[in-house]
Design a protein around this ligand. Structure first.
Ligand SMILES: *Cc1c(COP(=O)(O)O)cnc(C)c1O
Length: 402
């Protein structure tokens, strides 16, 4: 069976984690701080904070911005549930917007969805292809005139925050620039199936405009991630530095040095090995599917953006949802693992129960109903890619008769 997305774990990863274990310091410490510095260099921002998941990292952002009941946060309907769940955690309302054929949020519908209660816009880079970030920033700035600030941070910014869900798109670029400097805050995920992994983990690239101080914000998120305690374990471990205070009832979502050890190895070989291999795999799929009328190939790059090659989101042009499901069964019979990214949120029980209806998001449904994500990972060989291509084409022929 060809797996869908196993992590790349080799002797270097094992050696680095072992070194962290042997160092005697296993929670947040020198390796996490080094990982953060290198992430900041990579993204071109002064400050990055590494935490234990995208979910907790981005929830801290919403809470720091004072988002709560009565507030609206705009998200695409086509994303993983985490994007909207954190809004629900804060007691605010996810406002879902339909997507374009490339799976990113529809700018015209986004513009229409903005109200005085819109506190945050969260575009999602599905599959690693960046959403139109300059459009999101422009719409957020244009909304400043009718923005109703209800927290000190909202007052200070004077417009909706743009928090990019870049869970898939670490290393992607817009106009040749790596992601991190386009949105106010960019959130990455280092979950086991993502392009760059720490087993579980996430990070925020801080890019707030003045008068915000990103270094101070880094410190604040650090405190938020540690119960509101004003000293972390490393600082407390210094001689005589035992006394601490707790400034507010914070959360607990710091990254450990064991996880950072994996991340340091992943990051060091990301541009030289990981991305080129993923790109070669996606290009090989493209050569097989892009000019075959039965398929719609995903956008991997265009004149302004280059994706991270996280997912190869193929669509079977004329398949219904039931036919797509049958094709997946047929592919699985051929010993190839595939997936669907994603079931649009309005189709999930939790959001159906809140009154969202998939009928209001026709393009999200249309893209989802014929989507099949193919395996993409570092250790996948060209021969295996060819096996996947054959399995997909044979399965489509079996189910669709063409
Ligand atoms: C994986 C994912 C997340 C959540 O990331 P975690 O690190 O698992 O919390 C958020 N958004 C999208 C689009 C994702 O695919």
């Amino acid at each position: 069976m060809i797996p869908f997305s196993p992590p790349r774990i080799d002797e270097r990863t094992i050696a680095e984690v072992t070194a962290a274990l042997r160092s005697g310091w296993i929670t947040t410490g020198p390796r996490t701080k080094e990982f953060e510095r290198r992430l900041a260099d990579y993204c071109g921002v002064p400050n990055v904070i590494a935490l234990n998941s995208w979910t907790n990292a981005c929830e801290l952002v919403l809470r720091w911005f004072g988002i709560g009941p009565g507030d609206e946060v705009i998200v695409p309907a086509y994303t993983y549930c985490a994007t909207a769940n954190i809004i629900v955690h804060c007691g605010a309302t996810p406002v879902m917007v339909d997507v374009l054929d490339d799976f990113t949020i529809d700018p015209a519908l986004l513009a229409k969805a903005i109200t005085p209660r819109t506190k945050c816009i969260m575009p999602v880079d599905i599959g690693g292809l960046p959403a139109d970030m300059s459009m999101c920033m422009r719409l957020a700035k244009e909304a400043s005139g009718r923005f109703e600030a209800r927290s000190p941070m909202q007052g200070k910014l004077g417009r909706p925050l743009v928090l990019s869900d870049a869970a898939h798109s670490f290393g992607a670029s817009i106009g040749g620039k790596k992601l991190g400097t386009q949105a106010d805050i960019t959130g990455f995920s280092f979950h086991a199936v993502k392009n760059l992994t720490t087993a579980e983990g996430g990070a925020l690239a801080l890019n707030m405009p003045s008068p915000f101080d990103n270094a101070a914000l880094y410190k604040h998120f650090n405190t938020m991630s540690l119960h509101g305690q004003n000293k972390d374990a490393l600082a407390k471990s210094q001689a005589g530095a035992w006394r601490y205070d707790v400034e507010f009832a914070g959360w607990k979502c710091n990254m450990t040095d064991l996880h950072a050890a994996i991340g340091l190895v992943e990051l060091e070989r990301y541009d030289a090995e990981t991305m080129p291999r993923r790109k070669a795999i996606c290009d090989r799929y493209h050569a097989a599917f892009a000019n075959d009328a039965r398929f719609i190939a995903p956008v991997l790059r265009d004149s302004s953006r280059e994706g991270s090659y996280h997912l190869y989101m193929l669509r079977v042009a004329i398949a219904t949802e039931a036919q797509r499901d049958a094709i997946i069964t047929a592919i699985t019979t051929r010993e190839v693992s595939v997936n669907v990214h994603f079931i649009p949120m309005p189709m999930l029980t939790v959001y159906k129960n809140m009154g969202y209806r998939i009928e209001d998001y026709p393009n999200a449904y249309k893209q989802y109903s014929r989507e099949i994500s193919l395996p993409v990972y570092y250790d996948l060989t060209d021969a295996q890619v060819d096996t996947v291509i054959t399995a997909v084409k044979d399965s489509v022929l079996e189910v669709m008769g063409v």
